[in-house]
Design a protein around this ligand. Structure first.
Ligand code: F6P
Length: 320
């Protein structure tokens, strides 16, 4: 906003409820005063939705028409692979658009990290540590489920940061036997408490018919009844005899106060997104490469990035 005003006195229009807002023409002119105390706020003041314009009849054309009607010349699309996938289709049609990677899941190609991820990891690690403390006091196994529909980035980073005894992610198979073995061997050496972190996206085969969103993703965080934490906790207790408790951190790690890294990175990404548009670029995504902010093709942002083997091997080396 600040950079847009500085560069050319642009008017900045906020689009409410994501793609739904562009389809329905729900806009709000933004002023600098709207952002005065925003740097420490989680979530989005513009609200969001899981609406997919590609699933609506003439969705992209409606967006173009609504942009024209509201005098919007260019779009900055902030979101994960679904949002950026739609943005890249609009770019193909000739709409001026720049993407900004945002998802706590960090499962977005083309960027090292997406903003929101490290804040979610900090929050999850803090909560896992307090669960570990109560687990040690009561000599229990604590099973903690964290978000990560397709990727184990949050589970592995938060698990490592909190010193979890075992982490289970969707990308690399972990047998239930190995979980039981770990808990038993710790109990045999007098450690009756263990912490197991599991990503919500891991499939243990007990789930079926999960409702899907408009992008075709299973709404695992919505599914009622059994979840990975409760399933594992029951299994571990049955097989080891060690008292076990299950906790699903779920949405509680999304929307918390952003940490300094996310505040600064978001600011740098925002400046670069405006500069990209100002210099005439379109169809690009601003991205984090190491400590720099760069531009990459927007199509990169519609691809998935999974936990890599090297990081996983480091995480695994702490399992004990
Ligand atoms: O944005 C991805 C994600 O954080 C997933 O990890 C999780 O499954 C999903 O959002 C939850 O979505 P909703 O808020 O729609 O329940």
């Amino acid at each position: 906003m600040l950079r847009a005003a500085e560069l050319n006195g642009y008017t900045v229009i906020g689009i409410l409820a994501g793609w739904a807002g562009l389809l329905e023409g729900r806009f709000k002119e933004l002023r600098y005063s709207d952002f005065e105390n925003a740097i420490g706020s989680g979530g989005t003041m513009l609200t969001t939705s899981r609406t997919n314009p590609l699933k609506k009849e003439h969705g992209l054309e409606t967006i173009e028409a609504n942009m024209k009607k509201a005098g919007i010349d260019a779009l900055i699309a902030v979101g994960g692979d679904d949002t950026l996938g739609v943005a890249s289709k609009l770019a193909e049609l000739g709409v001026r658009v720049v993407g900004v990677p945002k998802t706590i899941d960090n499962d977005l190609a083309g960027t090292d990290y997406s903003f929101g991820f490290f804040t979610a990891v900090d929050e999850a690690a803090k909560l896992i540590e307090s669960l570990a403390t109560t687990g040690r006091s009561h000599e229990r196994v604590m099973v903690v489920e964290v978000m990560g529909r397709d990727a184990g980035w949050i589970a592995s980073f938060a698990g490592m940061a909190a010193g979890a005894n075992m982490i289970i992610v969707p990308e690399f198979e972990t047998s239930l036997d190995s979980v039981v073995e770990l808990v038993k061997s710790r109990a045999a050496s007098g450690k009756n408490s263990s912490v197991i972190v599991v990503a919500e996206g891991v499939s243990f085969g007990y789930k079926s018919d999960i409702e899907k969103d408009e992008f075709g993703h299973a709404l695992v965080a919505k599914a009622a009844g059994e979840n990975n934490a409760s399933f594992l906790a029951r299994y571990i207790e049955q097989k080891t005899g060690v008292e076990t408790r299950a906790t699903v951190l779920g949405h509680s790690i999304r929307g918390t106060t952003p940490n300094s890294y996310d505040r600064i990175m978001t600011t740098l990404l925002g400046f670069r997104a405006v500069e990209a548009l100002h210099s005439g670029n379109s169809g690009v995504m601003v991205a984090v490469h190491g400590t720099s902010v760069v531009e990459v093709p927007l199509t990169e942002g519609s691809k998935k990035k999974f936990l890599d083997e090297k990081t996983w091997n480091v995480a695994k080396s702490f399992f004990a």
